[in-house]
Design a protein around this ligand. Sequence first.
Ligand code: LLP
Length: 364
Amino acid sequence: ARFERAFGDVGLTYAAKAFWCVSLAELIAGTRWLVDVVSEGERAVAAAGGIGPSRQVVHGNVKTDRELEAAIADGVHRLVVDGTDEMRRLVAVAAGRPVDVLLRLNVDVAADTHPKIRTTGAAAQFGMTVEQADDALAQVVDGITVRGVHVHIGSQLRQPRLHAEALTAIGHFVEGRRDRFSEVYDLDVGGGFPVAYLRSDVVPPIEAFADAILEACSEFPNARLIVEPGRSVVANAGVSLYSVVSRKEANPPFLAVDGGLSDNPRPSMYGAGYEMVLANAPTDPHDSPFRVVGRHCETGDQLGEALLPSGAAAGDLLVMAATGAYGFSMSSRYNLLPRRPVVFVADGEFEVVVPGETLDDLVR
Ligand code: LLP
């Protein structure tokens, strides 16, 4: 709702990769949002939740011929072409059937973020240079309609002007090739809106991004703006609940929990930090340093340093905040821990929306 208020009448698209399950799809189905999906799996969950092909934007730098075929046959809203070779394969698979596409550009905007979540520049495998996009345009045949251009420069971007610069770059690309696009065209500026993970994190509010992007877009009166937030929709809606299983004296002491990088790889992948609180003693002074570790056989499975009550020990419940994005969705089965359930909570009620995996699931 806050995105709708801040951006107004633009194409809001939720990036399913941040967190996806049928119950969330059902919630989004009741809104005007579209959904960014990158695999048959994400598409299947969207469909199961009532978000059909006409509300699906198919992304990804790898789309197999089977996925291209399904997207065309189903008539998805947009298919985002990631490269010249993909355009060649799309032309072959479509064989004259209609498909509405966007071209993904790799623009030269230096996203100031962790290198692993930067998606532009020569080191990133996503999208096309201007020359490649021109090559892709030259390959377009009847049936394929290029509806506009897409860019996603990275995640957890803290400067609204970067989104504005990226939007301006793709707008100029279209305006410089007016005959290749219809009168009204899409400018999709991707996601990447930041959230605060730690108390010390200061990030601009979504309204600041909306203002900067809408202002940049006003230079292109024929553009239909699209934004694709993932993290900023779900991160702060989620927490992870762990049991403390053991404590080991060290300086600071280790507190080991019944999970770790299999349910949240972000600390080990990106050095991401989180706030933690003992759920069974939330008002006790949280003033003693601990190193909270997971249960996987990796020195890197450390969830982070935290100030917790000095007596924190086995049997306590530990809450990690703001884990709603890219935790569950990036979970793995390392060391064959069953994946944990997802529980929706509101107004004092709860519902298990994704049951936890069982040993039978693992054996299967
Ligand atoms: N659109 C496209 C084309 C994307 O690739 C992504 C994210 C988004 C939108 C949504 O970005 P967001 O608003 O969530 O930043 N696993 C990493 C994040 C990877 C993001 C990949 N693409 C992490 O945990 O930080």
